[in-house]
Design a protein around this ligand. Structure first.
Ligand SMILES: Cc1ncc(COP(=O)(O)O)c(C=O)c1O
Length: 383
C-alpha cells in the first residue's frame, strides 16, 4: 500500500528545517517536533507572558477550553469528559486512586511502560495487587489477559493502547468488552497512539484514557489530558483538590466564598493553575493533526511502516519485534538484529534520529516523514 498523502506541503510550511538538516527524524515515540505554527504561538505567548497585563484572562480560559475541545475531537469524546493534565501519568494516577475498586487483582501486560505499573503497584495498602500477564513470543498475550478477566478476583485492567517498546496495538474493543461483561474497570494509556491513530472513545468500553501530548501530538512537554467516561465524571471524587476544581475558579470575585462546589464536568479533576501558554501551543499542534486528518496520518505512517517491515522481513539477520500485521501496529516500528549495536551506531553516525528500547532499534515516523527518507534509511541500514 502506498500513501496517497504527500507530506511535501506540510514539510515546507511546518517543518522547513527538515529540508536543510542532514538529520532524519524518526523519533516521535520519544518526543514529537513542534510544527512552525505552534512555535509561532509559543513566541507570541512568551511575549505576552513578559507583559502579563497584555494577556487577557479570557484568552487564558479560551486556550484551555479549546484544548479540551480539540483533544476531545481527536479521540471521539465530549469536551466535558476531558480534564487537562500535565502528562499521561497523572491521568493514570487519577484512575488508580479515584476509581472505586474493591480489594482484588489488577491486570496489565508484562513489558508495559512503567506508567501502567507504578501507580497501580502503589495500591497494595488498599489490598489491590497488580499482576503482570507474561509475554508470548515477546509480545502482549491478549488471549491470556482476556481469559484472566473472567476471574472473580479481578477488579481492573490497565494497558497501553500502543506499547512503547514493541509498538503492539492492543485490541481495546475486545479487552474492554471482557471488562464490561465482568464489571471490571478498564484504563488505557493512550500516549503512543493518540493523534496518529483514529479512536472513538464513545464506541469503546473504556473508563479512563490518559495521554500526554508531547510525543505524537507534537506539543510541548507538560501538556496532555485525561478522558473520564461521562457516567463516571460525577460518580468519582478527585484525588487532589484545589481551587481550580471549583466552579468559583472562573469568578475571581467569589474565591473566598469557599463554596465546596466542584465543576460538574471533568474540570473537577484539574487541580491547579493550568499551563495556559503550553496549552495554547498544543492547540496549534492539535489543529494541524485535525486538519491533516488522523485517518490520513494513520494511513501515511502505515505505508512508511510497511516499507520498514518488508525490509526487516527480507533480512535473515533482522527480527521484527513489532507485529507485521498493520492492524496491530501504529507508528512504532522496532526490530533487533544480530549486531544491533553496530546497526544503531551506523544510524547514529548518519544522523538518523531513533532510539534503542529493550534491546531493539525503535523508529517512529510521523506525518512529516517521506517515502524517500525511508528509502535512505533502509540504504543506511543495508550498508
Ligand atoms: C506508553 C507510555 N506511557 C507514558 C509515557 C510517559 O508518561 P508521561 O507522559 O506521564 O511522562 C511514555 C513515554 O515514553 C510511554 O511510552
Amino acid at each position: 500500500m502506498t500513501s496517497p498523502y504527500n507530506p511535501a506541503a506540510l514539510r515546507a510550511r511546518e517543518y522547513a528545517w527538515m529540508a536543510d538538516d542532514p538529520a532524519m527524524f524518526f523519533n516521535a515515540a520519544s518526543v514529537g517536533p513542534m510544527p512552525a505554527s505552534a512555535v509561532r504561538v509559543a513566541d507570541q505567548w512568551s511575549a505576552l507572558r513578559a507583559q502579563p497585563h497584555r494577556l487577557p484572562f479570557d484568552a487564558m480560559l479560551e486556550a484551555a477550553s479549546t484544548a479540551r475541545a480539540q483533544f476531545a475531537a481527536l479521540v471521539g469524546a465530549d469536551p466535558e469528559e476531558i480534564a487537562l493534565m500535565p502528562n499521561t501519568t497523572y491521568g493514570l494516577n487519577l484512575a488508580a486512586r479515584a476509581l472505586p475498586m474493591r480489594p482484588g487483582t489488577m491486570l496489565t501486560f508484562d513489558g508495559e511502560f512503567p506508567s501502567c505499573v507504578y501507580p497501580f503497584q502503589a495500591l497494595a495498602s488498599r489490598g489491590i495487587t497488580l499482576e503482570l500477564i507474561p509475554r508470548r513470543h515477546g509480545l502482549p498475550d491478549e488471549d491470556a489477559l482476556v481469559a484472566a478477566i473472567h476471574r472473580e478476583d479481578v477488579v481492573a485492567v490497565v494497558v497501553s493502547w500502543v506499547q512503547f517498546a514493541t509498538g503492539y496495538v492492543a485490541d481495546l474493543a475486545r479487552i474492554g468488552a471482557a471488562c464490561r461483561a465482568h464489571n471490571v474497570f478498564f484504563i488505557v494509556d493512550g500516549i503512543q497512539g493518540c493523534g496518529v491513530r483514529p479512536i472513538d472513545l464513545h464506541a469503546l468500553p473504556i473508563d479512563i484514557f490518559a495521554s500526554g501530548a508531547q510525543k505524537w501530538q507534537l506539543s510541548p512537554w507538560g501538556t496532555g489530558f485525561v478522558y473520564v467516561r461521562r457516567a463516571l465524571v460525577q460518580a468519582i471524587d478527585p484525588i487532589d483538590v484545589g481551587w481550580a476544581c471549583m466552579k468559583t475558579s472562573t469568578d475571581y470575585t467569589r474565591l473566598t466564598d469557599y463554596d465546596f462546589d466542584l465543576f460538574d464536568d471533568a474540570r473537577r479533576f484539574e487541580v491547579v493553575t493550568l499551563a495556559y501558554q503550553d496549552f495554547a501551543v498544543a492547540n496549534a499542534s492539535t489543529r494541524l493533526l485535525l486538519d491533516v486528518g488522523v485517518e490520513v496520518v494513520a494511513h501515511h505512517i502505515e505505508a512508511l511502516g510497511n516499507r520498514i517491515v518488508a525490509w526487516a522481513q527480507s533480512r535473515s539477520d533482522v527480527r521484527l519485534v513489532t507485529p507485521g500485521d498493520p492492524a496491530r501496529r501504529a507508528g512504532v516500528i522496532a526490530f533487533t538484529a544480530d549486531n544491533i549495536q553496530a546497526m544503531a551506531a551506523r544510524l547514529h553516525a548518519a544522523q538518523v534520529v531513533h532510539t534503542v528500547r529493550e534491546g531493539a532499534i525503535r523508529l517512529s515516523p510521523h506525518c512529516y516523514n517521506t517515502t524517500e527518507e525511508i528509502e535512505r534509511l533502509l540504504a543506511i541500514l543495508d550498508r
